[in-house]
Design a binder for this molecule. Sequence first.
Ligand SMILES: C[S@@+](CC[C@H](N)C(=O)[O-])C[C@H]1O[C@@H](n2cnc3c(N)ncnc32)[C@H](O)[C@@H]1O
Length: 447
Amino acid sequence: MGLSPREIAIKLLININENNAYSNIELNQYMNKDMDQRDENLIRELVYGVLENKLYIDYIVSKASKVKLKKIHPNILEILRIGIYQICFMDKIPERAAVNESVNLAKKYGHKGTIGYVNGVLRSISRDKEKYMNIDNMDNINYISIKYSHPKYLVRRWIEEFGLEFTEELCKENNKRPFLNIRVNTLKINKNDLQDVLLKQGIATREGKYADDCLIVDNPNGITALDEFKKGLFTIQDESSMLVSQIMNPKDGSKAIDVCSAPGGKATHMAQIMNNNGLIISRDVHNHKIELIEDNAKRLGINIIKTQLYDALIKDENLISKFDYCLLDAPCSGLGLIRRKPEIKWNRKEEDIKALAILQLKIIENAKDYVKPGGVLVYSTCTIEKEENINLVETFLNKNPDFKLVNIQDRLKNKDGLNTLNQGYIQLYPHIHGTDGFFIAKMIRRG
Ligand SMILES: C[S@@+](CC[C@H](N)C(=O)[O-])C[C@H]1O[C@@H](n2cnc3c(N)ncnc32)[C@H](O)[C@@H]1O
């Protein structure tokens, strides 16, 4: 007999929490087209629910358990976590069933002592949920950290940077599940026609708020299995990420380079905007990811992308001043993507931010030299950390007076919540813009 949905959820959680695996990759590996939709939904709900609320759940465990959190065996801890998630955060599952299912799992994955232990902890919580869920006497940082399950260092940084109310709203939003966004491949179909085609397949979509090529999908089940996806009529991309190429706006027939390109979301969008005419050099340092760019370009019917395995930390003297456009979509802390990949909260460390900013500065110092006089340099990240974003751009501009930020007002029809467009950059936040957290700056090299 195959594994039950709860067992699968536990296996996935152990791999994500113990081995730093990525939630979306792990989930996709376990899901197959024969799986019952309700089982798939339950697995997703349990995995994402536990990752989103892990700190709060562990706080509840520590109140109810005599055994210290660190001493609980990983299998048993995950059994408790999914049990508590069902009891305290879901209303679809009867509490008694949640306890019994967890005890059954403890029978399979624990020993006699742990069966009684799991039963005892979960029954106590179920009897007095309010008591166990109450967050006792805490200062703002600790309270927000537990209530919205974000590491303390992030809450502290964000309160210092953005204030208390902003931080609480941001953390709350980070625990909500975002809608899937797709990008219309305008080389093959227009937006309205794609909406009609998808609706015939039972998939309703609506337009994005900011990105011209964005559609928001309410119920994306099975969308990548559709022929329309295989034929390249659309691709999966967040609206914020689509704004990068929209803001860059590369001209038909021009020459562009994307120095950190895999899996090619923005490079293929650039190609779309260029009408598949010109040249885009797409580079990445990881060999296995180069293939992803090639697969995406092929599926989308794009043939102006030339991939190259290349480390952006090494300056390529052969490419100096060769390009009209250069994109640096930098490796970053990814803290704008917590809604999609909640494990980022647990895998990212505060010291990473500084280290990444050093790396980003090194890469932009190389990338800038590939831009022709009069050409465009776009810098983007999927984080909300100033150190990796506007502060980094300002440091770069101070060292490189031949570059300046350019007004990007004309690149977005909807300017809601975007008051830095005339200064040449935008910073998006999930709770304000409804997109991933993202930063985009557009600079030109003086002619
Ligand atoms: C934010 S992702 C790029 C996403 C891509 N632009 C897209 O839209 O699909 C950053 C990429 O940088 C690559 N990378 C990291 N360090 C690099 C380096 N030193 N040189 C080149 N690529 C690098 C990573 O492999 C990753 O694919």
